[in-house]
Design a protein around this ligand. Structure first.
Ligand code: DSN
Length: 418
């Protein structure tokens, strides 16, 4: 931010948020820190520009720089994810998913997605959302929450019975690996399009640390750009090779559901995609996975139940109520007190309510950006367990908070990523 702002009220809040981020540990698995270059691009004069349309086909003049920046973002996105087409205009993940549904479905058509209580996302058909009012969402689940394996037999049975137009793989609270090949086989059997919402793991896929659904034949990937991908808040739609699908998606993003693209965000995306193409980012992604495994080990040793039995990615979903009698909300609150931010979360078939569920969800993308390795992650997991076991012990919480602050100071949020 500029050293001095005229609006002192807003300046104060920005500074206070900077301090919160600097002094605390961010364990929300969908959050991360961006580089100074991404911040600069995102806060640049591109915010002043209207660019309705696509590069070379805009409805306003003065597009020589916006065209170049959007082309660069598209080219880098295609290179990162090994695909032919990218739409970098979605404002975030929800409009990206809506655009795919609207481009490829008629009202009433069926989508087969992961059950929300088993890790799926709101935009995959939660009854409160607009897509659920327009389309018919049906579900698949885990076979067994203790292993996290998807019940592929049931998925196939439902696909044959309900004839979905889209089969959707993707999640926001699932810690295991999906068998993309099985999804593609089933989709081909019933004539469905395959869509992967990889918002959480996009950076890990881009870096080659996790499997790319396109390599197994998926048609479409949607994502946000601000989680493991470490870009500005935004969305992204990728099409592997089918130009007809890509054209329908472009038309649906604009003018279908969005107006002018946010060119400052697209500039930030271009920077982040460039950073993700570097060898340093590959190392980062591998470390995110190692760090999550290190935390998993500590939880296992302490008999904390993890949904899916552990993690193959960046996140852990722990049943703190079942394991320790502490509710998700109580855990989130007590962690706030000691400078650890994470979120309460429903677990599979949770008997409790969304505003005070049985679980907590946490992950390693942001602390890995700070430079944490397995040793520090194990220590954080140990501290977390001691806080959960002694949540009313003021002295213990004070000492944990002190240690968390010291760790945050030792590993400052970096400014340059390449
Ligand atoms: N809100 C995001 C998350 O935390 O997973 C998903 O959109």
């Amino acid at each position: 931010m500029p050293s001095k702002m005229l609006d002192k009220l807003v300046e104060k809040l920005i500074k206070s948020e900077e301090k919160r981020q600097r002094e605390g540990l961010e364990l929300i698995p969908s959050e991360n820190y961006v580089s100074e270059d991404v911040l600069t691009a995102n806060g640049s004069v591109f915010t002043n520009k209207y660019s309705e349309g696509y590069p070379g086909r805009r409805y306003y003049g003065g597009q020589e720089n916006t065209d170049a920046i959007e082309r660069l973002a598209i080219e880098r996105a295609c290179k990162l994810f090994n695909c032919k087409f990218a739409n970098v205009q979605p404002h975030s993940g929800a409009p990206a998913n809506l655009a795919v549904y609207a481009a490829l479905l008629e009202p009433g058509d069926t989508v087969l997605g992961m059950d929300l209580s088993h890790g799926g996302h709101l935009t995959h058909g939660h009854p409160m959302t607009l897509p659920a009012k327009i389309y018919n969402f049906v579900r698949y689940k885990m076979k067994d929450p203790e292993t996290g394996e998807i019940d592929y037999e049931d998925l196939r049975r439902v696909a044959i019975e309900k004839k979905p137009k889209i089969i959707l793989a993707g999640f926001s609270a699932y810690s295991r690996t999906l068998d993309y090949k099985k999804f593609v086989e089933i989709a081909r059997e019933v004539g469905a399009i395959t869509m992967a919402d990889m918002a959480h793991i996009a950076g890990l896929i881009a870096a080659g640390a996790l499997r790319n659904p396109f390599d197994d034949g998926f048609d479409i990937i949607t994502s946000t750009t601000h989680k493991t991908l470490r870009g500005p808040r935004g969305g992204l739609i990728l099409t592997r090779e089918n130009e007809e699908i890509a054209k329908k998606i472009d038309k649906t993003v604009f003018p279908g559901i969005q107006g002018g693209p946010h060119m400052h965000t697209i500039a930030g995306k271009a920077v982040a995609f460039g950073e993700a193409l570097t060898p340093k980012f590959k190392k980062y992604a591998v470390q995110v996975l190692k760090n999550a495994k290190a935390m998993e080990e500590v939880l296992r040793k302490n008999n904390i139940r993890m949904i899916g039995g552990g993690t193959d990615n960046h996140l852990i979903l722990a049943d703190v109520f079942g394991s320790l009698g502490v509710t998700g909300k109580e855990a989130q609150t007590v962690f706030d007190e000691v400078g650890i931010t994470l979120n309460m979360n429903m677990i599979a078939d949770d008997p409790r309510k969304p505003m005070d569920p049985s679980g907590i969800r946490f992950g390693t993308p942001a602390i890995t950006t700070r430079g944490f390795k397995e040793k520090e992650c194990k220590r954080v997991a140990e501290l977390m367990i001691s806080v959960l076991k002694n949540k009313d012990d003021k002295k213990l919480k004070e000492s944990v908070h002190k240690e968390i602050k010291a760790l945050a100071k030792k590993f400052p949020i970096p400014k340059k990523f390449v």
